[in-house]
Design a protein around this ligand. Structure first.
Ligand SMILES: [Zn+2]
Length: 478
């Protein structure tokens, strides 16, 4: 067995401290290969660290690695914490690895998986100050997650585990033969430990264990991370335009050697509510409780350990998902819209117009005004200014001022800067500038309910579904 090994490089220029791990699970060697390649290139001078610190750990678990197994004495990626009384080999790993993690700011942990499936990245929770996993760096993690070369992200690891352990307490009574781990810290692995020390962390699942593409994906991910964090002189990689986001919602344990799957599941196979996933040894069915996806199915799971996970779509990680009420309104009225995130469209009106195939003058602003009693949404082309007197006249209101951010949120249900032209939270009179209605078949681009979303919709739909008053409300119009 090899001793613990980490290779650290430090630049004279200050910068982020990044640590990259391979073979946390001994049979997952794509990271080990990719890290070896990076070490060779830095040592040969073909890859140059321009700032910060880079620590590379080719084999985090040497015992498991020497055995070519997931674990040595136990799974290193569960209940990871330093201990004054190490017993399992992985306890010794933890005593070496945890302080090393704590000395860094960003962790990239490279893994592979058992059954066929597409590579994906596991991200931490949203920013929160809860008890289980308080966190304040979700945006930093998401930005990196979008640059690792994978199109799918999965969140919700630790709370899934906490719920899973709670469920195990009930199961333990029913299945006394299964050795179930009831420690609430069960779900704490490298990334959770890293976040608990103030860092941020991503687990990249690079493909199936024996996938010949996985080491190349791992290598590319390391270089993209170095570029994104500005540790090497290379442009920041472009974020993937559409990250499919899933939220882990449940972990289901295998309880008996005769527990069996109905079919050879792959990660991210969809399952419908009520669909049989497997059978327990007593013949009872294991059924999907809701529409979702299978993740990490493991036919060889030992009784008492994770058999498979269920996931559902995550609104947080899927960039082009409209707010729920807006999506429901659009579906109910069968309105044809095309949604584009500004991240994809670039932050300028010109770029958005080009991508959506409309003229810049077709990008419309929805502004909320009030006379103190009523609220009026005025919709004008992006290149024109509205005339408040004309809006008041068209709406039959008193004299108008612009609504405050709080009033916008309260009355439209959208944050200022992302106001959609319909599906408001409260009754709002809508006034559309006459210049927009001259050809009702034409499309305009309006806010999509969130600052980073735009949607393309026809003027005819916009007027019909808002019951809008059409009037000349822009400056200079008669
Ligand atoms: Zn793994």
């Amino acid at each position: 067995m090899q001793p613990f090994k980490s290779v650290s490089y430090a630049s004279v220029q200050p910068g982020t401290r990044l640590i990259v791990l391979g073979a946390v699970h001994g049979n997952e060697t794509c990271g080990t290969q990719a890290i070896g390649r990076v070490i060779d290139e830095i040592d040969a001078g073909t890859l140059r660290l321009a700032a910060g610190q880079l620590t590379l750990v080719p084999v985090a678990n040497p015992l498991a690695y020497s055995l070519r197994r997931r674990a040595g004495d136990r799974n290193l990626n569960r209940k990871l914490a330093p201990t004054p009384t190490p017993s399992a080999f992985e306890d010794h790993v933890a005593n070496w690895l945890c302080p090393l993690l704590a000395a860094h700011e960003v962790l990239l942990d490279l893994h592979s998986f058992h059954s066929p499936g597409t590579p994906f990245v596991l991200v931490g929770p949203s920013d929160n100050d809860g008890r289980l996993e308080p966190f304040a760096q979700a945006a930093r993690e998401e930005a990196l997650a979008q640059r690792l070369g994978v199109g799918r992200a999965v969140e919700g690891w630790l709370d899934t585990y906490a719920a899973g352990v709670a469920r195990r307490r009930e199961l333990a009574a029913a299945f006394p033969d299964a050795t179930l781990d009831l420690d609430p810290r069960y779900g704490i692995g490298t990334t959770e430990y890293m976040r608990s020390t103030g860092g941020c962390a991503l687990t990249l699942e690079c493909g199936r264990h024996d996938d010949p593409e996985a080491p190349a994906l791992a290598y590319r991910a390391i270089l993209n991370t170095l570029a994104h964090l500005r540790l090497i002189d290379a442009p920041d990689p472009a974020p993937v335009p559409r990250l499919e986001g899933l939220c882990l919602s449940q972990v289901i344990d295998r309880l008996h050697p005769d527990d069996a799957f109905m079919q050879p599941w792959h990660s991210f196979d969809p399952v419908a509510a009520g669909q049989a996933i497997g059978t327990r040894h007593d013949g009872s069915a294991v059924v999907a409780p809701y529409d979702g996806f299978i993740v990490f199915p493991n036919v060889a799971a030992e009784p008492g350990h994770e058999w498979f996970y269920l996931a559902r779509p995550s609104a947080r990680l899927t960039r082009d998902v409209l707010p729920e009420n807006l999506a429901a309104f659009i579906a109910r009225h069968r309105i044809a819209v095309q949604v584009v995130s500004t991240e994809e469209a670039a932050p300028t009106a010109e770029a958005a117009a080009r991508i959506l195939g409309v003229d810049v003058s077709d990008i419309v602003k929805t502004m909320l005004l009030t006379d103190g009693a009523r609220f009026i949404a005025a919709i004008v082309p992006g290149d024109r200014r509205l005339d408040r007197k004309k809006v008041a006249q068209a709406a039959g209101s008193g004299s108008l001022r612009f609504a405050s951010g709080t009033e916008v949120a309260e009355n439209t249900g959208y944050a200022a800067g992302g106001v959609a032209p319909f599906a408001f939270a409260k009754p709002v009179t809508v006034v559309v500038d006459e210049s927009l209605s001259q050809s009702p078949g034409r499309d305009v681009v309006a806010g999509g309910g969130r600052a980073e979303l735009l949607m393309r919709v026809s003027v005819a739909d916009l007027i019909r579904h808002t019951g809008a008053v059409v009037a000349p409300i822009a400056e200079g119009e008669m």
